[in-house]
Structure formats: structure tokens, C-alpha cells
Design a protein around this ligand. Structure first.
Ligand SMILES: Nc1nc2c(c(=O)[nH]1)N[C@H]1C(S)=C(S)[C@@H](COP(=O)(O)O)O[C@H]1N2
Ligand SMILES: [Mo]
Length: 535
């Protein structure tokens, strides 16, 4: 009798173990989500999202009560409250999963869905921000399954289960003791691994997002001096005022993003430095502070990706503030024979840009701000290149830290190493944005519209064709500069039925080519065609 009692006291109740499994699995869910989230954005951390959502839904009496009771510790109180709730629910789920695995799975998935809903409903969040919660939930589910299985292997016999509340009474049953002893060791090993991984992922995530947060705080506090040369004011006429046509200035949050960075680099402006070296008479180094103290210029420039398919949306127009690259090159004085500048980012991406293009009168910029805001982290904070007329892969290096003046014969860059063309001038393009593909419009007179670009050359004319009708000249919106895109609109007559509409743009060299080309190796070409119907 005595032996049994001792063993009961030292062995935790079998109910406690599934609860422990549930709590550890929940820890793993949050740890993994935190780590994966650190690689995505600051918006995807589920704990913060859950807390924020909770705050948004808190009735004001409860908010007042919390502030009255906890004062400035109200946020701490919220997190403690959340932690207690999570531990409670996780323990419950562990127990449920132990009794009925399917119900446990349903419960875990339900909690995962709540987390995803909280994350995705935050302002500015996208579906992508759900990824960390989803991966975390799946990891938690796997760990829970693993621990429950180990525990199942240790399930007591019916006689034992009937005894007391399910605690092991191993001393009564020597053969069982041998088996359960081994199995429970298995459970504790699984639980230990889960706990360690949960702690490690949470700590890793916290470190990464901690660094990012410091950089973000500095970024938000940055103040720029008035530019020495401000951007020309944007006239109303650059917009055709037709619903569905992309805005003339692309808001930063909607600006397309293309890069090879698995994790967005986080650079401290106090340590950032740009080195201009190679075939130069004088090596030049500039700090961020020196850059801000230089004569900055402000320009609207339309950026385009070489991977943009005909009619695609990998193009955006923004107001950039920065320092002309030609001024830096003047200080470095390239030597005879140099014909290229190899720009490199902190994460190892590189682009090869023809030297003359960075020296001519077009405003190739080392940009520090985008639409009156410090560069967003994912768009190259704190400094990137923007070069009118060239696709991004040969010119728009984000997180840039190094400019090597060299020769095309001596060096290659990230994408040119992978089969893309050395020269990347942007091809003249036009696209139909209204109507969208497969849209249904009312028959009769319909206003259509879109955008065309031919950076550094300018759009002179856009024509539109419906079905096999004649090409008609569209009305162009005001031109801002030849470095920015230009909207167009046109009224067409439509009979009921299905239709096809095409557009083509002209630059000073003539009409854009009809010849269809794939993006590889130097950019897509062809006339954009949209199928739709009038009914
Ligand atoms: N560091 C770095 N810079 C980069 C890239 C990259 O992968 N890494 N991609 C380039 C490409 S292909 C394009 S089209 C533009 C896109 O800039 P955006 O993401 O700000 O729109 O950045 C360019 N600069
Ligand atoms: Mo690109």
C-alpha cells in the first residue's frame, strides 16, 4: 500500500500530462509564428495582433476599468490576462486531444483560425501575413500529436484507469511499470524537445523583430532637409479620372515589391556607409548624415520590373528624394576605360549599370525618401538607387552599400549571371486597365482607359482598337515628364456581346512593337489585349 501511495505522489496525474502537452504545443505555435513572422513583417506577430484586436473590441467601461486599476501597466495586464487565457485554453485543448484526437485537432485549427483572423484584420495586413500563424499552428499540431502518441503508449490498463483518477499505480503492476516507464520517458523527451524548440524560436523571433523595431523607430523619426531642387508640382491633368485606372502616384503600400531578400535587411543609419571605388581616381565614402547634408533633389520617376508581363502591374510611380549619382561620380572621377557601375546591396544582390547613364543629365538618384516618407524597409531603407529608363534589375539596387566603377568585360551582376540581358532599357508599353479582363460592362458608350510608359523617351500617342475595328486615337492625360508614365482614356461604342480591346503606345521612335516577347532576357513586348463582354 505504502509503495503505491508513494508512486502516486511522485507520478503526475495522467490528466496533467495532456494539459502539459497542450500548453507546450501552444508555446510552439507562438514561438514558430514569432520566428516566421520576424522574416515577414512586423504586422504578422500573432500575439501582438491578438492583443490589438482585443483592445479594439474592448468595451470602453472595461478599458476605463483596466486603466483605473492598472494605470500605465494596462498593457502588461492585458498580456498577463492573455497569457493566462492561452495557458488555460491550451491545457483544455491538450485534454480534449487526449480524450478525442479529432476534437483536439478541430480545437487547435479553430484557435489557429482565430489567430489568422486577428492578424489579417489588422490595418495594412495582407493574406501573406497569415503565413506565420498557419505554419505555427501546423507545427503545434504536429508536436501535440507526437506528445499525445507517446502518452497513448503509456495508457494504463482498464483496471488502473478505474483506480483513482487515472494516475499510474505502477507498483501494483510490475510488467506495466516496465512498459509505461519507457513510454513516459518518451513523452517527457517529446515534451522537452517541444519546450526547447518553442523557447528557441520565440527567442530568435524576439531578437530579430527587436532589431527591426529599433530600426523602424529610427526610420519613423528621420527628418529630411528641404531639397535643393524640388519636384515640379503635379498638375491635376495627369489623371484621367476614371475609376479603375491606377493612381498616377502609387502609394508606398501598393508599390510592387521585387527582390531576392528572404528577410528584409534592417540597416542602422548610423553605421550605413556607401563606398565608391574601383576604376576611380579617388575612393569616396559617404555616410547617411553626409548624404542628408548634400544638395538633394526630388523627382517623380516610374520604376518598372523586367519581369512585368504585357499588361502586368510590376510598375509604379513615386516621388523620390535623393542625391544625384552623377555628383558622387564627379567626386570619385572614373578613370578611362570604365563603362559600368556595379552596385551591391547588404544582402549581396548586385546590378550592373552603364556608367554613362549614371553620368548623363537624366536624374539617376541615390534615394532616401519615397513619396515624402523615409524609404519603406522593403523598398530599400535607408538608401537605394533609382535610374530613369532602366529596368530595376540593372539599376534600382535597394539597401545599396557599394558602388564599384568597373567594366562590363570584367564584372557581372546578380541577374546577368542568370541569363538576363546586360542592357536593360525599359520597353515602351501600354496597358488597358478599364475594362479589366472578363469584366461585364453595359452596352452603349463606354469609357475605357489605362496607362502607358516609355521612360526617358515619352509617350506621344496611344491608340485603341475594339474587336477588328479601326485603331482610334485615345485622349492622353497631361505629360509630367518623359520619366513618368502617362494615362490615357477613350470612349468606345459597344454592341451587346463579347469583345476584345487592345492598346498600343507611340514614343518619338514610333509605335511599340507588336511582336510578342517573353520577359527573359530583356523585358516583355507586345500589345495588351483584354477580353470582356457588354451585356
Ligand atoms: N537589394 C536588391 N535590390 C533590388 C532587387 C533585389 O532583388 N535586391 N531587385 C531589383 C528589381 S528586379 C526591381 S524590379 C526593383 C524593384 O524595386 P521595388 O521592390 O522597390 O519595387 O528593385 C531592384 N533592386
Ligand atoms: Mo525587376
Amino acid at each position: 500500500m505504502k509503495a503505491v501511495r508513494t508512486s502516486r505522489r511522485s507520478a503526475p496525474s495522467l490528466r496533467a500530462l495532456p494539459m502539459l502537452a497542450g500548453i507546450l504545443a501552444a508555446g510552439l505555435v507562438l514561438g514558430v509564428a514569432e520566428l516566421v513572422g520576424a522574416f515577414f513583417s512586423t504586422r504578422s506577430a500573432p500575439l501582438i495582433a491578438l492583443g490589438s484586436t482585443f483592445i479594439d473590441f474592448t468595451p470602453s467601461w472595461l478599458k476605463d476599468f483596466a486603466i483605473d486599476t492598472f494605470g500605465t501597466n494596462d498593457k502588461l495586464a492585458l498580456f498577463v490576462g492573455m497569457a493566462v487565457t492561452i495557458v488555460f485554453l491550451a491545457a483544455l485543448l491538450g485534454l480534449v486531444a487526449w480524450r478525442r484526437w479529432v476534437l483536439g485537432v478541430a480545437g487547435v485549427l479553430y484557435m489557429g483560425a482565430v489567430m489568422v483572423a486577428a492578424v489579417v484584420s489588422r490595418a495594412g495586413a495582407t493574406v501573406l501575413d497569415a503565413v506565420p500563424s498557419v505554419i505555427g499552428t501546423l507545427a503545434g499540431l504536429a508536436a501535440l500529436r507526437w506528445m499525445i502518441q507517446k502518452l497513448r503508449a503509456a495508457r494504463p490498463t482498464a483496471a488502473e484507469a478505474a483506480d483513482d483518477d487515472g494516475a499510474f499505480s505502477t507498483a501494483d503492476n510490475p510488467p506495466e511499470r516496465a512498459r509505461t516507464g519507457v513510454s513516459r520517458r518518451g513523452f517527457f523527451a517529446a515534451a522537452g524537445v517541444t519546450a526547447v524548440v518553442a523557447a528557441a524560436t520565440a527567442a530568435g523571433g524576439a531578437v530579430v523583430s527587436g532589431i527591426r523595431n529599433t530600426v523602424n523607430v529610427t526610420r519613423e523619426r528621420l527628418k529630411f532637409p528641404a531639397p535643393a531642387s524640388t519636384a515640379m508640382p503635379v498638375p491635376d491633368g495627369v489623371d484621367v479620372d476614371l475609376d479603375g485606372v491606377e493612381p498616377w502616384v502609387t502609394p508606398n503600400k501598393d508599390f510592387y515589391r521585387i527582390d531576392t531578400a528572404l528577410q528584409v535587411p534592417t540597416i542602422d543609419v548610423d553605421t550605413w556607409e556607401l563606398r565608391i571605388h574601383g576604376m576611380v581616381e579617388e575612393e569616396v565614402r559617404v555616410t547617411f548624415q553626409e548624404l542628408l547634408e548634400s544638395d538633394l533633389i526630388e523627382r517623380h520617376i516610374t520604376l518598372t520590373c523586367v519581369s512585368n508581363p504585357v499588361g502586368g502591374d510590376l510598375a509604379g510611380n513615386a516621388k523620390w528624394l535623393g542625391y544625384p549619382i552623377r555628383e558622387l561620380l564627379k567626386r570619385a572621377r572614373p578613370t578611362a576605360g570604365a563603362d559600368m557601375v556595379l552596385s551591391t546591396s547588404t544582402d549581396g544582390f548586385s546590378a550592373s549599370t552603364p556608367l554613362p547613364i549614371l553620368q548623363d543629365e537624366r536624374d539617376a538618384i541615390l534615394a532616401v525618401a519615397m513619396n515624402d516618407e523615409p524609404l519603406p524597409l522593403e523598398h530599400g531603407y535607408p538608401v537605394r538607387m533609382v535610374v530613369p529608363g532602366l529596368y530595376g534589375y540593372v539599376s534600382a539596387t535597394k539597401w545599396v552599400v557599394d558602388l564599384e566603377v568597373t567594366r562590363f568585360a570584367d564584372a557581372t551582376a546578380y541577374w546577368t549571371d542568370r541569363g538576363w540581358a546586360e542592357e536593360g532599357p525599359i520597353k515602351t508599353q501600354s496597358r488597358v486597365e478599364v475594362p479589366r479582363a472578363f469584366a461585364k460592362v453595359a452596352p452603349g458608350t463606354v469609357r475605357v482607359g489605362g496607362t502607358a510608359w516609355a521612360q526617358t523617351r515619352g509617350i506621344d500617342r496611344v491608340e485603341v482598337q475594339v474587336d477588328d475595328g479601326p485603331w482610334e486615337e485615345a485622349t492622353l492625360a497631361a505629360e509630367y515628364t518623359v520619366d513618368t508614365w502617362r494615362q490615357w482614356t477613350h470612349e468606345v461604342q459597344l454592341e451587346p456581346g463579347s469583345h476584345r480591346i487592345r492598346s498600343r503606345a507611340y514614343d518619338p521612335d514610333g509605335v511599340q512593337t507588336e511582336e510578342r516577347a517573353d520577359s527573359v532576357p530583356d523585358g516583355a513586348s507586345g500589345w495588351h489585349t483584354v477580353q470582356f463582354s457588354a451585356e
